[in-house]
Design a protein around this ligand. Structure first.
Ligand SMILES: *Cc1c(COP(=O)(O)O)cnc(C)c1O
Length: 375
């Protein structure tokens, strides 16, 4: 019996992908960003499903994430957005992975490996258009051109990333347009030199909605493809009618009645003000429901909302089920998802935890079972 698990909805995933594709400019394809175990959803389940739906390019943050995709049979191109230690450059070639070069130093190390080994590693060049995280600066155009000319490695693409594309604020719109313009100038200058740049990509989930008049070859879609928004404050120009792909559930493992004045859980912060029926659930902060949400959470049990009471423990938490008639050991408590007329969104939990939905869902624990499609 599962204790706590994630259920995935294949229809929601397909809906989100198709709705996105329908509103992207023609010719613009989707690169699925499935880093951090696909934002907690389970890359091993989601990526093969996306590949069946026609996705031919995936992006991850790290080499081990890329290898996991190959292990579960992904044949598409895989771009590693982050750092790979030089001792693993051979693995990049072994598994036909594409590595981001973050600047001249990163390029030099990889080029040296390729020259020595005689193996060609595929790379995409990152361009820093203003986020100032990674990438060649626009002034380093000559260095990018040199890299394209190198016969040691294979430069198959060039990309950048926008950092304030999820708001409507004038200052941020101006900044995004400046980033877009900087990227365009880099692309135009390199193409004017006669270079074949390969795969050009700039827009992630939010910019692919808000700035789609600047399309290029791929949109790199992560969070919105999973049907969750980062934060309720975010701006999206069009409604994509996205549906959440993930539900988070756990089993009720014990039910007991306690008297008025009795307490529940560590620290005794919950005191019963009436005779109270307490249900214990097999999920805790080790599974990704942060302890700071103690007494702020709610769940759906048998079609009713119920409040969580007392401190959240590492592996368990308690619900007040006094007001619902039939609660038995083995019943299911839903923390993210829909049951009858009740629904709890991941966004609600993230907001209560003081963070964005991306962080909340990507921290859902490795101990959770499931992460497979149910229907
Ligand atoms: C994480 C990431 C993405 C995906 O971002 P979303 O907002 O989740 O769509 C795209 N590009 C880069 C470089 C990233 O790091």
């Amino acid at each position: 019996m599962n204790r706590a698990w994630i259920e995935l909805n294949a229809e929601a995933l397909e809906n989100n992908l198709r709705n996105y594709q329908n509103q992207l400019p023609t010719g613009m394809k989707v690169m699925a960003v499935v880093k951090a175990n696909d934002y907690g959803h389970g890359a091993k389940a989601i990526a093969p499903q996306l590949e069946r739906l026609g996705i031919d390019f995936f992006a991850v943050a790290a080499l081990n994430e890329a290898l996991e995709l190959r292990e579960c049979g992904i044949r598409s191109e895989i771009l590693i957005l982050g750092y790979t230690d030089p001792s693993y450059f051979g693995t990049l070639a072994d598994y036909n992975l594409t590595q981001t070069v973050t600047g001249p130093e990163s390029a030099a190390a990889l080029e040296a490996y390729c020259r020595l080994s005689g193996r060609k590693v595929k790379v995409h060049v990152a361009v820093d258009t203003g986020m100032h995280r990674i990438g060649y600066l626009p002034e380093q155009m000559e260095e990018i051109a040199k890299l394209y000319a190198s016969d040691a490695l294979a430069v198959t693409g060039i990309y950048s990333h926008l950092c304030v594309a999820d708001t409507e604020e004038e200052e941020h719109v101006e900044f995004s347009l400046k980033q877009i313009d900087t990227y365009r100038k880099v692309i135009d200058t390199l193409e004017a030199k006669g270079l074949k740049l390969g795969c050009r990509h700039l827009l992630a989930s939010y910019p692919a909605v808000n700035y789609q008049e600047h399309p290029y070859d791929y949109a790199r879609l992560g969070v919105l493809l999973m049907g969750v928004i980062s934060s309720p404050k975010d701006y999206l120009k069009n409604d994509l009618h996205l549906q959440p792909v993930m539900q988070l559930k756990a089993h009720i493992t014990a039910v007991r009645e306690i008297g008025e004045g009795e307490s529940v859980s560590y620290g005794r912060i919950f005191r019963a003000e009436r005779p109270t029926k307490v249900a214990s659930v097999a999920i805790g902060y080790a599974d990704g429901l942060p302890r700071c949400l103690s007494t702020k959470l709610r769940a759906i049990v048998n079609g009713n909302y119920v409040p969580q009471i007392g401190r959240i423990c590492m592996d368990q938490l308690m619900l007040d089920v006094t007001d619902i008639p039939e609660v038995r050991v083995g019943d299911v408590a839903t923390f993210i998802g829909r049951e009858g007329d009740c629904v709890i969104y991941a966004e609600e939990l993230a907001e209560k935890a003081g963070t964005i939905t991306n962080e909340f869902i990507c921290r859902l624990g490795s101990r959770l079972e499931g992460r497979t499609f149910t229907r």
